[in-house]
Design a protein around this ligand. Structure first.
Ligand SMILES: [Fe+2]
Length: 248
């Protein structure tokens, strides 16, 4: 993670240059975000190195078994990070800049960089939004926004779960803040994500659900819906609320 002064400098420069990480120029390039504390900024900036898992492999076993977590983190996600750094080095990407900068112009780079940049970013977010103490419902501004956009938390949960269940093959379901500061649900294929210029579904990811088979197959086999239903038990709403508050 870059030092605080570097992160602030990046956000300031992004604002001046109008190169926010989001769709359009209205979100991360806005002055309001620049004024956010480092806590808010931390939630929105991703480096190229894999960060330590903030809990033990077994601690999410209400939803995800320890063997799946260990293989997922140490093999799949670690591989994305290593391959991303390899591709970034070959293609002259400045790894002292936030990864989000590369994602928003990922069409300029190779498939190797696109796939591994997405894979690394998506998993870094995924680990952080889970917690052994997760579950329940969000509060604060996010709860109000969910009610405004989806009528109720239950309706939101149903729509998000459907997006995850219906994602064909390997991919991700997302809750994003779009260019109009509205919450939207969608999905992307492979390791693409809504920050990418190549993605049809765009926005700043607030929450993402990995529905690749590697995320659930050991315990759930073909029953993706059961994995999704249990996944809600370990969602860390405090983290997601903080992330939402840092974006809007
Ligand atoms: Fe994954």
């Amino acid at each position: 993670m870059a030092p605080l002064t570097t992160r602030r400098k990046f956000l300031m420069n992004s604002a001046k240059a109008g190169i926010g990480l989001s769709v359009g120029t209205s979100l991360l390039s806005s002055c309001s975000l620049v004024k956010k504390t480092s806590y808010g900024a931390d939630k929105l900036i991703t480096g190229f190195q894999q960060q330590p898992l903030p809990y033990s492999y077994n601690s999410l076993s209400d939803a995800i078994d320890g063997a799946t977590m260990e293989i997922h983190y140490t093999k799949h996600a670690a591989g994305y990070s290593a391959n991303l750094q390899d591709a970034a080095k070959s293609e002259g990407v400045n790894m002292t800049q936030p990864l989000e900068e590369t994602l928003r112009r990922v069409s300029k780079y190779s498939a190797k960089l696109r796939n591994n940049a997405g894979g690394h970013y998506n998993h870094e977010l995924f680990w952080k939004l889970l917690s052994p103490n997760g579950g329940g419902e969000p509060g604060g501004k996010l709860a109000k926004a969910i009610n405004n956009s989806f009528h109720s938390f239950d309706s939101f949960k149903t729509q998000f779960s459907e997006a995850a269940k219906n994602c064909f093959g390997s991919g991700w379901a997302w809750l994003v803040v779009d260019g109009d500061h509205q919450l939207r649900i969608g999905s992307t294929s492979g390791q693409d994500n809504p920050l990418m210029d190549v993605s049809e579904f765009k926005g700043v990811p607030i929450m993402g659900l990995d529905v690749w088979e590697h995320a659930y197959y050991l315990r759930y086999q073909n029953k993706r819906a059961d994995y999704i239903n249990n996944w809600w038990r370990v969602v860390d709403w405090k983290f997601i609320e903080d992330r939402y508050n840092a974006v809007v």
